[in-house]
Design a binder for this molecule. Structure first.
Ligand code: FAD
Length: 545
């Protein structure tokens, strides 16, 4: 095969590599400085881990394969940015009942928060642990020197020690929990927190303990139309300011950085092709010149870039101070919302169960081709009434490998219903995705084995025979461990001095104008939240641009 090398003679003032929220926010921040800025993205899509997918069967129910929500209170930079670019927010999941209906399914029992409070739970707890999860958290906090002022936690967190004098940064979550709690209480927390307790520093779990983040509550927001709108809009606004000097290059993978002259760099990119969501290298390379370089890519991708600074042992060991957490999201779409309480919510099914009059109830023409499923629905409906009443919960957190199951809602246009079957850190899903046949060919299309196992667990979760769960009509699974991500998000390892790592990595060479924006290495936190990435970028912009 002939290889082709193109040398681009223009020289950017700034080349930004990575079209996720980090790269998009960087170019948007630079938009009014009169600079020549090029944004380079590996695949054919902007957004990175902001990845909204819309199923053709449910066009008005966008789902999030990556980031899905934020808090107005805790993620103010993200919220302000949304307002500045003119994007609308809405409550996450948009339904009143989320707060009250969030439920746990643990050790074979449905539990509401009040059950924990009343110790009406299948766990054998010690006397002082029997006042609910919130109280266990409170008790744990009391075993540290935290001042109790939640607004100071970011500053204090690094200096926190447990009662035995060991810094929280220097012990794993599990070590910390086990010092002060019974095994049963540790089990409850690990079943509800959903972090791996083994590798993470105990300091990482402090916000969880203080704020008791339970994934529910009126504080959570999402972006109307999907999270991916934000990076897309930021880049759109960047491009519109100067159509000649602001440029976007999709399908460019950065391979190497070398010095061209005293104040310029050569960046070598290989052009890529994206087919059905899968990105491959082509045989064409491009050399691009730039005076400054912003690398807005995750650690896994960084470690593959050939730049001598990134190979230096102190840089490599600092890049290795975070754990890359495995995480999948599995969405399945059904002809109707079989998991809901049919009696109270039958109206939202758009008349599907009132088969004789569905046309009057669902005048939208898209619904018409769904009559193919009618006999299935009818068969299902007759068995439904014989089974016990469902939980009706919008969010179910379980000790099954599904971990979190969230009802994303019913399409008003088609009546199809979308379930986030699993938001899970179990490796099992990655294995299952390698077996069986792909039910849908596009990237992230799930296999028959994934669906088979998902249905076995769903039948347990919703307490119905597996044969009563209808075949899904579409489905996607996102696995973030693959290149270029290496993990869904990252958490600090134990024994890490966050501020030192951050100081070293945001500009890894004092003599080079090359910056790393990954939120994995932010001063206070790692990139479980996109807010950290935005904070990193603001800091770099203030100091160097
Ligand atoms: C399942 C999941 C749930 C999450 N939930 C939330 C949430 O609810 N709220 C929240 O705020 N955050 C959440 N996060 C975290 C959030 O998504 C990340 O913190 C954020 O998206 C990181 O943005 P980034 O731009 O730094 O990196 P990414 O989004 O990873 O973007 C990096 C970009 O760089 C590109 N790239 C990589 N290598 C190269 C190369 N060599 N050349 C060119 N381009 C390259 C990639 O293709 C990608 O587009 C979640 C993440 C996941 C995966």
């Amino acid at each position: 095969m002939n290889e082709r090398l193109v040398v681009d003679e223009t020289c950017h003032d700034v080349a930004v590599v990575g079209g996720g929220i980090g790269g998009a926010y960087s170019v948007w921040r630079l938009r009014n400085q009169g600079l020549n800025v090029g944004l380079y993205e590996y695949c054919d899509r902007l957004g990175g881990r902001f990845y909204t997918h819309t199923f053709t069967h449910a066009p008005d129910v966008p789902v999030e394969l990556g980031a899905m929500r934020f808090s107005k209170k805790d993620h103010q930079l993200l919220y302000r940015t949304l307002q500045k670019v003119g994007l609308k927010t809405k409550p996450f999941l948009d339904r009143d009942q989320v707060k009250n209906d969030a439920m746990y399914y643990m050790r074979g029992r449905y539990l509401r928060k009040t059950d924990f409070r009343d110790n009406n739970i299948p766990y054998n707890l010690r006397q002082h642990e029997r006042l609910g999860i919130d109280n266990i958290y409170r008790y744990l906090i009391q075993q540290t020197n935290f001042s109790g002022n939640a607004s100071l936690f970011a500053q204090e967190r690094r200096y926190l020690v447990s009662k035995d004098g060991v810094k929280l940064e220097h012990q794993t979550i599990q070590e910390f929990f086990k010092k002060y709690l019974s095994g049963e209480a540790v089990d409850i927390l690990s079943n509800t927190i959903k972090y791996s307790l083994y590798h993470m520093s105990a300091a990482s779990v402090i916000p969880q303990l203080i704020f008791n983040d339970t994934m529910v509550g009126e504080n959570w927001l999402t972006i109307s139309g999907g999270m991916q709108q934000l990076p897309v809009k930021l880049v759109k606004q960047f491009l519109s300011v100067n159509t000649k000097r602001h440029l976007l290059y999709l399908n460019h993978q950065l391979l190497s950085i070398s010095r061209k002259t005293e104040d310029k760099y050569n960046l070598m990119f290989v052009r890529t092709r994206t087919l059905d969501g899968k990105t491959m290298q082509s045989n064409e390379s491009v050399i691009v010149c730039s005076r400054k370089v912003i690398l807005a890519v995750p650690t896994t991708a960084l470690l593959k870039v050939n730049w001598e600074i990134l190979q230096k042992p102190p840089i490599v060991s600092n890049l290795n101070t975070v754990n890359h957490q495995f995480g999948i999201k599995l969405f399945l779409v059904y002809d109707f919302s079989w998991w809901s309480d049919i009696h109270s919510k039958s109206d939202v099914f758009c008349g599907k169960l009132h088969l004789h009059n569905y046309r009057q109830k669902c005048p939208n023409p898209i619904i018409q081709h769904y009559h193919y499923y009618h006999h299935q629905v009818a068969k299902f409906a007759s068995s439904w009434y014989a089974t016990p009443k469902r939980t009706g919960a919008v969010i179910l957190t379980s000790d099954l490998p599904l971990e979190r199951t969230v009802d994303f809602g019913v399409s008003k246009q088609t009546g199809a219903a979308v379930l986030m079957v699993a938001y899970s850190s179990h490796d099992m899903w990655r294995e299952l995705q390698k077996h069986g046949n792909h039910m849908w060919t596009q990237q992230h299309g799930v296999t028959t084995e994934v669906v088979r196992h998902a249905h076995l667990y769903l039948s347990q979760l919703y307490n119905i025979p597996v044969k009563n769960i209808p075949e899904p009509i579409d489905g996607r699974i996102s696995q973030w461990n693959e290149y270029p991500y290496g993990g869904a998000y990252s958490t600090w390892k134990i024994g890490v001095h966050w501020s030192q790592v951050w100081k070293l990595l945001h500009k890894p060479s004092v003599i080079d104008d090359v910056f790393l924006t990954s939120g994995s290495y932010w001063n206070y936190d790692s990139d479980t939240w996109s807010e950290n990435t935005l904070e990193v970028i603001d800091d770099i912009m203030r100091s160097y641009f």
